[in-house]
Design a protein around this ligand. Structure first.
Ligand code: SF4
Length: 208
């Protein structure tokens, strides 16, 4: 598996925000979001076997498998298997364009899936067939830049049978939070507005 970086920090996003986590970031992505903050993970990295990755993870109970797009790695299921056998909680961060039907249906597996809003330039790449695969142990994330994104997300939630936790976060992790909260309340959208905790603590630093 092609690995960009492995590091221990706290989870900065979503429902598991603040939880000590080892991040396993794979190399490569099939999308090119306009505001992507992990373009450094698109190329390079190191080839690592699943046992080598498990060694680096150590005792940490929660592992975030992220990218890039981790589902592009051919041995990703081998990594899921090893992590679940070791009793680790997995947070799989995936971009919404890859079929998730074979992701293990295990209570320890949390899918954190994006739906890319218009400002990303990637909206037409989303696979709606993944939506029914998400349950209340998972989360669906919308990164919102402007009014067009907000209206798209609201429409998406109205038009799809979403039965999972919905997260709205601003582009950049901390910008325009007050505006976003105001809109969610005003429009009565059933979404949780969250910043990115690591951006509040460390700014744009890599590997945290
Ligand atoms: S899917 Fe994620 S890693 Fe890929 S381009 Fe978009 S933001 Fe970047």
């Amino acid at each position: 598996m092609r690995i960009c970086e492995i590091f221990r920090s706290i989870q900065g996003e979503g429902l598991t925000m603040g939880v000590p986590t080892v991040f396993v970031r794979t190399v490569g992505c099939n999308l090119y979001c306009s505001w992507c903050d992990t373009k450094y993970s698109f190329t390079g990295g190191t080839e690592m076997s699943v046992p080598e990755i498990m060694d680096r993870i150590g005792n940490c109970r929660t592992v975030c498998v992220t990218g890039g797009e981790p589902m592009l790695q051919k041995d990703i299921y081998e990594l899921f298997d090893a992590l679940l056998k070791a009793g680790k909680k997995i947070v799989l961060e995936t971009n919404g364009s890859v079929d998730l039907k074979d992701v293990p249906k295990d209570p320890l597996m949390m899918i954190s899936m994006d739906i890319k809003c218009p400002s990303s330039g990637m909206t037409d790449r989303m696979l709606d067939s993944n939506i029914p695969l998400l349950s209340m142990k998972d989360q669906l994330k919308f990164v919102i830049k402007d009014q067009t994104d907000l209206e798209f997300a609201e429409r998406y939630l109205n038009d799809h049978d979403v039965r999972t936790n919905v997260i709205f976060g601003p582009v950049g992790g901390t910008d325009k939070l007050e505006w976003l909260v105001g809109e969610v309340l005003e429009r009565d959208i059933d979404a949780r507005v969250l910043p990115q905790l690591h951006k509040i603590i460390w700014g744009d630093k890599k590997g945290v």
